[in-house]
Design a protein around this ligand. Sequence first.
Ligand code: 5RP
Length: 264
Amino acid sequence: MEWGMKNRLSHLIQKDGKALFLPVDHGYFQGPTHCLEKPAETIKPLWQYADALMLTRGVLRNCIDPTISKPYIMRVSGAVSVIGDMTAESIVTSVKEVIRLNASAVSMSVFVGTGGENKSLTNLGKLVDECEDYGIPVMAVTSVGKELEKREARYLALVARISAEIGARVVKTYYCKDKFEKVVDGCPVPIVIAGGPKTETQREVFDFVYDGMQKGAIGVNLGRNIWQTEAPVASMRAIQAIVHKNYTPQEAEDLYNQVKAGKA
Ligand code: 5RP
């Protein structure tokens, strides 16, 4: 691996081999998402605990102080909306712009098992070709089927492996309770877990993050289950402790309660 690629990956994946990404890119297809109406305000108390942010160029330019020393992953796919066909994405940001805005990596969605399957995978191949020329890692944001219904290990493993075969350097996938290790073991590049829609309790998040990491994920790319919660900073710090300090779900919950009560 060349120096530039290694260097950029080291911005994302820390020396302990783990990674905590904070995505705030949801507006690219959902518009002003709940608790992300003003991204600068959402990010402000949280960014210091993240290893990297994930966002679009629009939010970056308008909401992030350019003197911030925090790596970020730029989402470069889009041109769809929640009221249309969400699987018909195109690449909407050039690699020249990615370099100009000093991103450490780019991300794009792939949609296996949908009408957008071939187009998104072809786009992934083209993006990887272009980004590899400049040592920029591509993270594939994988999904299967229309939304949640196919979150089973066999489908998640399928899309993760296909994305890695095409050249993604990191794969983001959803967690599944049953046989998640099959997803990780079948994918030759690091896996990070996304959160999905907000869970009923924070403990559910701590449980799945811990279990996913025990089964080989290197970390998380968690948005709504942090910034849509009652206590985002407490949530972020508890997840950071699972990712980087091997906290158990119970230890994470204890930390969450302490931070929430202003005692830590
Ligand atoms: C939106 C994304 C998000 O970055 C990803 O889904 C993680 O966010 P969340 O934890 O809220 O699901 O790519 O398309």
